[in-house]
Design a protein around this ligand. Structure first.
Ligand SMILES: Cc1cc2nc3c(=O)[nH]c(=O)nc-3n(C[C@H](O)[C@H](O)[C@H](O)COP(=O)(O)OP(=O)(O)OC[C@H]3O[C@@H](n4cnc5c(N)ncnc54)[C@H](O)[C@@H]3O)c2cc1C
Length: 393
């Protein structure tokens, strides 16, 4: 039986371990430096899972609608504040049941961990820090746990370790870009209850995403750093006034704003993310701007292809090489799309006019809408591959 090491027990490490163990006869060890308690700590983080992600999770019995309590998103309304053009893309454009499902990240994590605990072929080694990797065909992993150093041998390594630096010893063609933007994230309550519509409102200060949440709205405001202070350091009353001006009555009268959290925004990815029997996955491979909610959704499609490739071929080198070849194109496409919305648009001198025009054209052109929906939901993969599981198509 093959032995695979997965470095990192975030969403990516937990997802790929579940997929591989269901697809192949493989022994998997997840190394996670956080303690088990920290791994299960409650957070307020939320995530939008795209249509294809939900379909893939269903295939692996990892979708639990009752405990996830999703807010399904059927429509996304795009507009630029104080401009005429706007458009709405809808699940109906591509005959899908929904575009995305907004859930609490903890619920998914809990489900993934429970499934791992019930699987004798996966070992979750928490509180374990990897500090070195050696060897060619067999890889030796050196780790410390409870102040004691040890090592183990594996046939392959999957780095699912987010932005750590250890992987840079193996992969050296990293592309990175600082956006000079910060995401300000908070919840708000309005007099209108959230429905199944999400809003993406372009403003001069950055892009404001309004996502329907249980009984309120989640705001992810990707602000240019020059404008951050205007929203970060003001009172809730002042912020309410500013938001109300930017979004009008989309949520009705805003009557409550939660604590605000902020995250610096950047892009990083590797042109080559497989090398011999080592590969990169998740944020370790591509970390994107959150504007289109694509980072983890792209990862789930990567996991699906990688796991199915492993099912079809015994040779790890071939599998990782195929994974690189099959996934590079889509990764680049999603990066271009995200980077255009997050950054390129803001470099255009008459962006309000151009975006308004783009939205108007989009609004009348069913084919372009269909393409946009396919891109953000990954539905092409669902239609092409999921049903017959042909990862090599
Ligand atoms: C505000 C915001 C909103 C977002 N919304 C969405 C969305 O709607 N849709 C979407 O698809 N994505 C979204 N994302 C992105 C998504 O959350 C991430 O892509 C995803 O959580 C990354 O998971 P990961 O497991 O790859 O990385 P991480 O979560 O960083 O996990 C890496 C793990 O590896 C461990 N580790 C690192 N180094 C070592 C080592 N040497 N030894 C042992 N363990 C190690 C770390 O402790 C960590 O637990 C959003 C992100 C943000 C910030």
């Amino acid at each position: 039986m093959k032995r695979i090491a997965v470095i990192g027990g975030g969403l990516t490490g937990l997802t790929i371990s579940n997929f591989i163990s269901k697809d192949c006869d493989t022994e998997i060890t997840i190394f996670e430096e956080k303690s088990e308690k920290k791994l299960l700590d409650k957070t307020s983080a939320k995530i939008v899972l795209s249509y294809s992600t939900v379909e893939i999770l269903k295939k692996y019995n990892l979708w639990d609608k009752d405990s996830f309590r999703p807010n399904f998103i059927d429509k996304i309304h795009l507009s630029y504040s104080n401009s005429l053009g706007s458009t709405t893309i809808s699940s109906q454009d591509e005959n899908l049941d929904f575009l995305g499902a907004h859930i609490q990240t903890d619920f998914l994590k809990k489900k993934l961990i429970e499934s791992i605990y019930s699987n004798k072929n996966i070992q979750l080694n928490s509180g374990t820090h990897i500090f070195e990797i050696n060897g060619e065909n067999k890889k030796q992993i050196f780790y410390s746990k409870n102040n004691k150093n040890s090592h183990s041998e594996f046939d392959a390594i999957i780095f699912a370790s987010g932005l750590d630096l250890l992987k840079d010893n193996y992969f050296n063609d990293k592309i990175s870009k600082e956006y000079d933007q910060t995401a300000l994230v908070f919840h708000l309550k309005g007099s209108k209850k959230s429905s199944s519509i999400a809003y993406e409102r372009f403003t001069d200060d950055g892009v404001l995403a309004l996502l329907p949440s249980e009984d309120d709205w989640l705001v992810i405001f990707s602000l240019h750093n020059s404008a951050l202070k205007k929203y970060e350091e003001v009172s809730d009353i002042e912020l309410t006034k500013k938001l109300q001006t930017l979004i009008g009555k989309k949520v009705g009268e805003i009557n409550k704003i939660s604590d605000r959290f902020k995250y610096p925004l950047s892009l990083s990815y590797y042109k080559k993310f497989s090398h011999s029997n080592v590969c990169l996955l998740g944020d370790a491979c591509h970390k994107l701007h959150p504007i289109a909610g694509q980072s983890f959704n792209l990862t789930v499609r990567d996991c699906f292809i990688l796991s199915n490739s492993l099912k079809m071929d015994n040779d790890i080198h071939t599998v990782f090489n195929n994974y690189q070849n099959l996934r590079y194109k889509e990764m680049k496409r999603i990066i271009k799309f995200t980077d255009f919305l997050a950054d390129k648009i803001y470099r255009l001198p008459i962006r309000k006019f151009i975006l308004g025009k783009i939205f108007l054209v989009l609004d009348f052109n069913k084919n372009v809408k269909k393409l946009a929906v396919g891109l953000i939901t990954g539905s092409y993969l669902y239609k092409k591959n999921i049903n017959n599981m042909k990862a090599y198509d």
